[in-house]
Ligand binder design. Structure first.
Ligand SMILES: [Mg+2]
Length: 285
């Protein structure tokens, strides 16, 4: 298998496959990047496409985000059959182990250090999430932003047990070790897809792409090309592609169950602990 030559070729393979797993990032992939995280909105075509795909037989749809679940649910509509996973896999709906007191103290101290750094940098801000703290300098001038990021790395280095996630203008440190790549690998073991398509726009997504098989499809939502990926320029284009994939898949598998023999588990849980990279187990039929 040499991989699909273009999006149309990939769409046809994905539409025909028996068990399809679709795993997508949210920010910058299904929603345009915005100045403030709370202002993000999923593009309409993505909602339509994901809704139809999730209703298709033999199709599993997961949105895997670096946002914590509360934040993700605030900007992403609840779509039947679509599982939202937050905090790079540390948060599964209804499953988040309470943080140890020491972890809370670590995050509070790290956030305070980051607050000190951004206090002199216009446009920068700190996000204290459920299991992490992040510095966001997307709105700041590049040179002072680079200095701030360097200072943030040094501040975080004084804490132990943190997992770092690099994004565009954002660096985040989590007290949970989960990574998108591990979660995607676990999802593939869980659902045993005949093909997987992953969509993303950032380093954690590219890391997850590496866990796919050669025949699987990697959609990089970016104007810049990456070897081994199929590129779409914007979330709007990604949304249109998902909608077109939904139409194509309905031609092959139908909207209500004809054509594909295996349905997905209705719910899953992810076991999240400081020592676990996230093992997914089926929780119901
Ligand atoms: Mg993203």
């Amino acid at each position: 298998m040499t991989g699909p030559e273009n999006l149309d070729d990939a769409s046809r393979r994905l539409a025909r496959t028996q068990r399809l797993l679709i795993a997508s990032d949210f920010d910058g992939t299904l929603s345009p990047l915005v100045e403030r995280p709370a202002e993000a909105r999923i593009v309409a075509d993505a909602v339509a496409g994901i809704t139809a795909l999730a209703a298709s037989p033999g199709t599993t749809v997961v949105i895997l985000s670096g946002r914590d679940l509360v934040s993700l649910k605030a900007v992403c509509p609840a779509i039947p059959g679509v599982t939202l996973i937050g905090s790079y896999g540390a948060e599964w709906p209804g499953v988040i182990a309470p943080l140890a007191e020491s972890d809370c103290q670590t995050l509070d101290a790290l956030a305070a250090a980051l607050d000190g750094i951004v206090s002199v940098l216009p446009g920068a801000f700190v996000e204290r999430k459920t299991v992490s703290a992040a510095i966001n300098v997307r709105l700041s001038d590049p040179d002072p932003a680079a200095i701030a990021i360097d200072l943030a790395h040094k501040a975080a280095a004084s804490f132990t047990g943190l997992t770092r996630h690099l994004g565009r203008g954002v660096v985040e440190w989590s007290v949970r070790p989960t990574r998108k790549a591990d979660v995607l690998a676990t999802l593939r073991r869980e659902h045993n897809p005949t093909l997987t398509v992953a969509l993303g726009d950032d380093e954690p997504d590219l890391e997850a792409f590496d866990r796919l098989d050669e025949a699987d499809v990697r959609i990089f939502v970016s104007p810049s090309a990456r070897k081994g990926t199929l590129a779409v320029n914007t979330p709007a284009e990604a949304g249109r592609w998902l909608a077109s994939l939904a139409r194509l898949r309905s031609e092959f598998v139908g909207p209500t169950g004809a054509g594909c023999g295996q349905t997905r588990p209705a719910t899953s849980t992810i076991q999240s602990s400081p020592s676990s990279a996230g093992s997914v187990t089926s929780a119901g039929a």
